[in-house]
Design a protein around this ligand. Structure first.
Ligand code: HPA
Length: 244
């Protein structure tokens, strides 16, 4: 039976078309994942869903045990991961509520020890020419189209360390680098998934204009979470269609 993983933020646990089957705590050699995996089933698919920030949004981006989260999926036998993230829009055409099917990314984090290949004497450089799984991206785009939900078909995500938001000057620089959107969690999630041979794709939800894009405006994490919640239904619909 096919096993699919979903990583999301708050409010993404309700995958209504599938039957909730229970929760599983998966202990890994890398420690504890952010929380228990919620399990959903139908006749030919099992879904393992994980809240990246844990229950009650308790882990900030730099505190997440990314290795445990991804290894937990691997131990469960998950072959593909659909990842969903909140981002700030850098691209001036983006507006709140836009969904972007990420096609490339820049790692600007300063996290250490974030590879499964950290054994001395065994050097592996994984290929990142295609950072996101092409077949999964295609299927997600088809699913969005089928349910009439606009999904921007490409965009470059820059990942910062967090947990603070960026300065306007940083955002200007990131735009010059070619980034369309900014978030704090894509790396090392995407690279660790690749290392484990798991097909990974990301849909980013624009929750706010990045710092300095709108003049004299402050940004709060509450508004990010509220905007994410307002758009949860669109994301669940894409997932439901994808699982049909
Ligand atoms: N910056 C970084 N991460 C984010 C943002 C942002 O503006 N919005 C949502 N996640």
């Amino acid at each position: 039976m096919k096993k699919i993983g979903i990583i999301g933020g708050s409010g993404l646990e309700n995958i209504t078309s599938l039957k909730f089957y229970g929760e599983e705590f998966i202990e890994t050699p890398y420690g504890r994942p952010s929380c228990k995996y919620k399990i959903y089933k139908n006749s030919d698919v099992i879904v393992y869903s994980l809240s990246r920030h844990g229950d009650d949004h308790r882990f900030a981006p730099h505190q997440i045990n990314y290795k445990a989260n991804i290894y937990g999926f691997y131990q469960a036998g998950v072959q593909e991961i659909l990842s969903f993230s909140a981002v700030g829009g850098i691209n001036l055409n983006y507006k709140n509520g836009d969904l972007v099917l990420t096609d490339d990314a820049i790692d600007n984090t300063v996290r250490g020890n974030v590879t499964f290949y950290d054994r001395t004497g065994y050097v592996v450089h994984i290929d990142m020419s295609l950072p996101f799984c092409p077949s999964l991206r295609l299927k997600l785009k088809e699913s969005a189209d089928l349910c009439g939900i606009d999904l921007i078909d490409k965009g470059i995500y820059i990942c910062t360390n967090g947990p603070r938001f960026e300065t306007p000057a940083e955002i200007k620089m990131y735009r010059n680098w070619g980034a369309d959107m900014v978030g704090m969690t894509l790396f090392p999630e995407v690279t660790l998934s690749k290392e484990m041979g798991i097909c990974y794709a990301n849909i980013s939800l624009v929750t706010n204009a990045a710092a300095g894009v709108e003049e004299n405006r402050k940004l709060t994490s509450d508004e990010v979470i509220e905007e994410a919640k307002r758009n949860t239904l669109k994301i669940s619909k894409i997932i439901e269609q994808y699982l049909k």
